[in-house]
Design a protein around this ligand. Structure first.
Ligand SMILES: Cc1ncc(COP(=O)(O)O)c(C=O)c1O
Length: 347
């Protein structure tokens, strides 16, 4: 089937056919609700296989809910969460973290999307000082909102720093699949073994219909999450339809091949525009996101070919930075057609 692709986001793509089939398959007969079906334990086991036996998983509907629920188990309202000033948590969750956690978010400078612990050090003096919100969590996105990917060493440094100062580490993994495919590594060695406490594990951006997971890696924190999820309004009564998606997602590493394709298409787009005069790749391409600085007059016709968002308008005279997000089902032909359109305007 040919698709008219959009490069606006990886949630513009649809549901992978294997996931749709799994949903149809799960739609037979009756099953008890709230996770007492046959799919939910299978999905939980699949997560344990990926992250290790200590992983307890709580399926939820969306990424914002996943972040808020993941963080709810880590902080009290008098505590604070460090995150990047470009993070979804800080910018794009409509204040849900502040509302539901009652907690202060402390935005840190983003360097290519990543935070640095050196920017946290000046705030450590707040610990134990009664006038200040108490630092409690470092939240990073993997991949970041700029498409960059923290290396294992970088995550280790963040986790070591966190443990040294009594902080928890949360990973917003709405695109964790892209990071794992890019680093060619696995969840246990990249996250569990390094001491990450909780992961918001994506899926919707990689071929699921609507399912994300809160994966709790720190056993000392397990106990409260079942109630936290219900309290956070993300306990699905028809849980089998979330779980069945994850069961199919992990079968034959569908999730990793989807992510690898999206990453490869981002690389292909960046390589294909390398010789297009006036199209400039911004930053490095490490996952499924590409940022291009383009002449403003190119943007509307290119958006007709494959819709994308302007990320920063008017970065310089007559130019804007645009974001291109590749999905699991984007093909080289889709990219070729897009770049051909660009070449026409460049000539
Ligand atoms: C980094 C990151 N985290 C979380 C989310 C949350 O997604 P949702 O729209 O499902 O709430 C997104 C979605 O764009 C995201 O890009």
């Amino acid at each position: 089937m040919t698709i008219q692709p959009m490069f606006a986001s990886d949630n513009a793509s649809g549901v992978h056919p294997d996931i749709m089939n799994a949903l149809i398959e799960a739609n037979h007969g009756h099953a008890l609700g709230y996770g007492a079906d046959s799919y939910t334990p299978k999905a939980a086991l699949a997560f344990k296989k990926l992250f290790g036996d200590q992983a307890e998983t709580f399926l939820v509907y969306n990424g914002t809910g996943s972040n808020v629920i993941a963080l709810k188990g880590l902080v009290r309202s008098y505590q604070a969460i460090f995150c990047s000033a470009e993070s979804h948590l800080w910018i794009d969750e409509a204040g849900a973290p502040e509302q539901f956690l009652g907690t202060k978010l402390i935005p840190l400078p983003a360097y290519g999307g990543k935070i640095r612990v050196s920017d946290i050090i000046p705030r450590l003096g707040d610990i134990g000082f009664q006038h200040r919100s108490q630092p409690k969590v470092i939240s990073i996105a993997q991949c970041t909102e700029r498409g960059s990917v923290y290396s294992r060493d970088e995550i280790k440094a963040i986790c070591d720093f966190a443990k040294q100062h009594g902080l928890y580490v949360h990973v917003d993994g709405a695109r964790i699949h892209n990071a794992l495919a890019a680093l060619n590594t696995d969840c246990k060695s990249l996250l569990t073994d390094l001491g990450v406490d909780v992961v918001s594990f994506g899926g919707t951006k990689n071929g699921l219909m609507m399912a994300e997971a809160v994966v709790v890696l720190n056993p000392a924190l397990h106990a409260d999450y079942a109630v936290i999820r219900k309290h956070g309004m993300h306990l699905a009564s028809k849980m089998r339809f979330l779980a069945a998606q994850y069961c199919a997602y992990f079968e034959d590493d569908l999730w990793l091949s989807n992510a690898a394709n999206a990453n490869a298409m981002a690389r292909y787009l960046a390589d294909s525009v390398a010789d297009v005069s006036d199209a400039k790749v911004v930053g490095s391409v490490e996952s499924n996101l590409v940022f291009l600085d383009l002449p403003n007059e190119w943007i509307p016709p290119l958006q007709q070919q494959a819709f994308f968002h302007i990320w920063k308008a008017n970065t310089s005279e007559g130019r804007s930075e645009c974001r291109f997000v590749m999905s699991f089902d984007v093909t080289r032909e889709n990219v070729d057609a897009f770049v051909a359109c660009m070449r026409k305007m460049a000539s």
